[in-house]
Design a protein around this ligand. Structure first.
Ligand SMILES: *[C@@H]1O[C@H](CO)[C@@H](O)[C@H](O)[C@H]1NC(C)=O
Ligand SMILES: *[C@@H]1O[C@H](CO)[C@@H](O)[C@H](O)[C@H]1NC(C)=O
Ligand SMILES: *[C@@H]1O[C@H](CO)[C@@H](O)[C@H](O)[C@H]1NC(C)=O
Length: 174
């Protein structure tokens, strides 16, 4: 019984601490990750490792760059103009990066009522790894009509190293 009252304090303490840490850390790319934990899809905030370095590549020399790691079989999806497209409940088809090039998406976690819907805005990069076997029903995504989505599955067996914060990233950082 007591635990029920203590847990919210513990969680809010962690959130305050990690928010502070996130906002003072400009060497790390923090992205929302849709993960399957104990058979349930939910959100985490991943700080991709290694972080930004100064590029020596032609075209970006001297600027901050971060490696996305091994990628495989990328795809490009255009949802039709018009009403929202409800992609329904699904698992991540592959462990992957997802980039929203235009439009908007809303991700819902029906089995995890404590996890607020994620809003995905144009330009957002996120990770989806709640593949079959990690989550029984997955997540539900509703895309605005006309949204354009880039899916970049990780190479076989690859998952980017990352620091993890429970729950979605604070809004200012993705
Ligand atoms: C990160 O913050 C430090 C200290 O404020 C600053 O010198 C540096 O230029 C920043 N790096 C980037 C990539 O914004
Ligand atoms: C969350 O997503 C569900 C399913 O798409 C939707 O019915 C609900 O209105 C959304 N809630 C918010 C606050 O966006
Ligand atoms: C990409 O496609 C190739 C050829 O079908 C396949 O061998 C490989 O496993 C795929 N990669 C991923 C990450 O699914």
């Amino acid at each position: 019984m007591n635990l029920l009252f203590i847990i919210p304090f513990l969680i809010s303490g962690i959130a305050a601490d990690t928010n502070h840490h996130i906002t003072t850390d400009n060497t790390t790319l923090w992205v929302n990750a849709i993960v399957g934990k104990n058979g349930v899809s939910t959100a985490e905030c991943w700080g991709i490792q290694p972080g930004f370095v100064v590029s020596t590549q032609p075209g970006t020399v001297g600027n901050q760059i971060l490696q996305l790691g091994s990628l495989s079989n990328g795809s490009y999806t255009v949802f039709p103009q018009g009403p929202n497209v409800d992609a329904g409940l699904h698992n991540a088809p592959n462990p992957q990066w997802v980039a929203l090039l235009s439009g908007e998406g809303n991700v819902n976690f029906p089995q995890s009522p404590a996890t607020p819907n994620l809003t995905i805005n144009a330009g957002d990069l996120l990770i989806a790894v709640d593949t079959v076997g990690t989550s029984t029903i997955g997540h539900r995504t509703v895309w605005n009509g006309g949204s354009v989505v880039l899916q970049m599955p990780f190479g076989v067996g690859f998952v980017p190293d990352h620091k993890t914060i429970e729950g979605a990233c604070p809004k200012t950082h993705h």
